[in-house]
Design a binder for this molecule. Structure first.
Ligand code: G6P
Length: 367
């Protein structure tokens, strides 16, 4: 009913708009003077110090949250991290043991492949740390440690607020692990805390201006394909943007590492092909710009998503989505919001059943 949707036309739109609150609730009580309060989860300090790597396992959108975390953990926390799809992990005799922490991410806590991955990791002696949105779910019960996200019930099949809270949880866990291992100093941790705390207002700012995204969607909803380009963290978040679009609008889309385009996918770019270029990582601006130009030369229509403190993409782009600024490493948590909105409004313009896309289920409890 309309009341259940809080006045919104769809659950997906309601849940996108709930993201500032969902992040606040997930951070609540966990940011302290001396770091991140996860002591209730009782991860032993000696154990954290002795870890040789992290293995992240999940499906769908949760897997995409794991891809962002991999970039953040390796680059900033300095711990080798592998992110795997649960249905692959469980069948590849993975190299996990007692010195590898397995992190599973699951909104519902009931995804069959993810549960099987927990059992596989445990059978090899690995401890399992769950990030889940459902109290007492199978994933929560079967894991050694649990950090809950507080997104609240997510009804739309396409996950939005769960993803953003998974990222917040993964960043806090990374901060906690980095402090214990001595790979992060207090200066960085303070900055990370401030960046996380500032996210809800930045996300709200994007939500307040969603009319503009709707206008862009209304102009382009008839396209056949969409290519998302990015590097590093921008590539990781592009994967999620592309998944959102295909799930709800049924438009064919792919996310591609911008520099890899010329090795094949560029062949698909023709006059009018829609390109969403995600460029929020300063050190990669010039590199991504030249990839944007490669697609423009072939007739691509370029929508660039970047931070609001540069103009370097203006000439090469047909349309700009300027995001509130933040440190590079935190940007995926902000960038995903316009990508969700674009997918949503494109699907609405195409008359799709946004909350219940064909062939998909909210929780996949069979193999
Ligand atoms: C299904 C849903 C996706 C979700 C995935 C993993 O495919 O449609 O939105 O990302 O399952 O679900 P989980 O509950 O484990 O996060």
């Amino acid at each position: 009913s309309a009341a259940e949707k809080g006045g919104y036309r769809h659950f997906m739109l309601k849940e996108i708009n709930e993201q500032p609150r969902a992040i606040r609730d997930t951070l609540r009580g966990r940011i302290t003077e001396d770091g991140f309060h996860l002591d209730d989860i009782s991860l032993d300090e000696g154990y954290i110090k002795g870890l040789k790597s992290i293995q992240i396992v999940a499906c769908g959108t949760a897997y995409h949250a794991g891809l962002v975390a991999k970039e953040f953990y390796e680059r900033y926390i300095k711990i080798p991290t592998v992110t795997d799809i649960a249905s692959e992990f469980r069948y590849r005799d993975p190299l996990v043991d007692k010195n590898v922490l397995t992190i599973v991410i699951s909104q519902s806590g009931e995804t069959a492949d993810t549960i099987a991955a927990i059992r596989e990791a445990k059978s090899k002696g690995s401890k399992v740390f769950a990030i889940t949105n459902v109290l007492g779910s199978t994933v929560a019960r079967e894991s050694d440690y649990v950090l809950y996200t507080w997104a609240g019930p997510e009804i739309a099949v396409a996950s939005t607020k769960a993803y953003i809270t998974q990222l917040a949880a993964l960043y806090m866990l990374g901060g906690y692990i980095g402090l214990k291992r001595g790979t992060l100093d207090m200066k960085f941790v303070r900055e990370l805390q401030a960046e996380l705390t500032a996210i809800p207002d930045k996300v709200q700012k994007i939500l307040d201006e969603q009319d503009r995204i709707q206008r862009i969607a209304d102009e382009h909803y008839n396209v056949k394909d969409v290519f998302y380009l990015g590097r590093g963290l921008d590539y990781a978040v592009s994967m999620e943007g592309s998944l959102k679009l295909k799930e709800v609008s049924y438009i064919h889309s792919e996310a591609y590492p911008a520099g890899e385009l010329k090795h094949g996918t560029l062949a698909l770019v023709e006059d009018g092909t829609l390109i969403i270029a995600v460029a929020t990582q300063k050190a990669l601006y010039e590199k991504t710009l030249s990839n944007i130009e490669e697609t423009k030369t072939r007739g691509g229509y370029i929508i660039t998503v970047t931070k609001g403190d540069n103009e370097i993409f203006n000439d090469a782009s047909d349309e700009m989505i300027m995001l509130p600024t933040a440190s590079d490493y935190i940007m995926p948590i902000i960038t995903v919001v316009p990508l969700q909105l674009l997918a949503y409004y494109m699907a609405v313009a195409r008359g799709c059943d946004v909350d219940k896309p064909r062939n998909l289920a909210k929780s996949v409890t069979v193999e």
